[in-house]
Design a protein around this ligand. Structure first.
Ligand SMILES: [Zn+2]
Ligand SMILES: [Zn+2]
Length: 325
């Protein structure tokens, strides 16, 4: 009797797919593969039978801890969210709606309003010191918020997190981290201009050659890419002076490639657009102008930080290997 091997292998595969071997079937859902086992009632649990706590995973049947069956399965809720987010499709188009999604729109609106108000206040005389204090407080909050956007996105969240807690020293550290990121991203532009022998005086006198402008352009593009990678790494791989690990950041440029170019183009286009709009609108309508500029600026920062988080979660394994080792 001739056996159609192809057909029988195909049938066996289908059986395996729809009816996993007894040993790995969920106790409640016979058609689902079990991923975890309960530490309390010892039942096998599928995705549906595992409940996410604040940080740990629990059995839906008895409420005890759910432990992973295989080493690749998630042990904690953030890990599970990250795994789910990595396998779910998420395009640049989806990311563009980030600051306006769900309850995040309130935080976005509040921040835009605060920045616009501050812009308006700066036009009033006699508020010098108060203005400086409020600006500093807002910068501290913004630093904490940007790093927390990168973190929460990398952990699988596609909605804005809430305001960071007001902890002065934590926020001050976040602000210093961001300043270090800016310092590091200035290295290519300064370095290339120095190598090409182009100085600020030459620029002021209009004596910059084509070579100077070329060095300037390349330096800016490289600096923007470094800014993106360094910001993501200080948010996710918290180590002292991690912003200054140029060697790691340069290696990361090769890891992220396409996604990185996408983020850089997004940041450059929106920053230019907001500068031009601001210049045009501010001339005629200072109040509307400062509101529009604040909205575009906030949108660019929030969505940019989100895109950085998306990039790091999509390349999580390679990034972990590079920054943790
Ligand atoms: Zn249980
Ligand atoms: Zn189940």
């Amino acid at each position: 009797m001739a056996i159609d091997r192809g057909a029988s292998v195909g049938a066996a595969f289908r059986r395996m797919r729809y009816h996993p071997p007894m040993a790995h079937r969920c106790a409640t859902h016979a058609d689902s593969t079990a991923t975890h086992r309960c530490d309390g009632c010892s039942e096998l649990l599928c995705e549906e039978c595992v409940e996410e706590g604040h940080s740990l995973l629990f059995c839906k049947l008895c409420g005890e801890m759910a432990l992973p069956l295989a080493s690749g399965q998630a042990t904690t809720s953030p890990e599970r969210q990250r795994q789910r987010a990595r396998s779910a499709p998420y395009s640049l188009w989806d990311a563009l709606g980030y600051p306006l999604r769900g309850s995040g729109v309130w935080l976005f609106g509040t921040y835009v309003g605060l920045v616009a108000l501050l812009g308006g206040l700066s036009l009033l005389p006699g508020l010098g010191l108060a203005f400086i204090f409020v600006s500093l407080a807002l910068s501290l909050m913004l630093s904490g918020l940007l790093l927390s956007i990168v973190r929460s996105t990398a952990n699988g969240n596609n909605e804005l997190p809430g305001w960071p807690d007001w902890d002065f020293y934590v926020l001050l550290r976040d602000l210093l981290q961001l300043i270090s990121v800016f310092v590091v991203s200035a290295v290519p532009v300064v370095g290339l201009l120095y190598l090409a022998g182009c100085g600020v005086v030459g620029l002021a006198l209009g004596q910059w050659s084509l070579m100077c402008w070329l060095a300037f352009g390349v330096g800016l593009a490289l600096g923007a890419a470094l800014w993106v990678v360094a910001l993501g790494s200080v948010a996710l791989y918290d180590a002292p002076f991690s912003a200054f690990r140029l060697d790691l950041h340069l290696a990361a440029l090769g890891v992220f490639r396409g996604s990185l170019i996408q983020v850089v183009i997004f940041l450059v286009v929106l920053t230019l657009a907001s500068e031009i709009l601001q210049a045009v609108v501010l001339l005629g309508l200072p109040l509307v102008g400062s509101l529009v500029a604040s909205a575009i600026g906030t949108y660019t920062l929030f969505t940019g930080a989100h895109l950085i988080g998306v990039m790091f979660r999509q390349h999580a394994d390679a990034a972990d290997e590079l920054y943790i080792g």
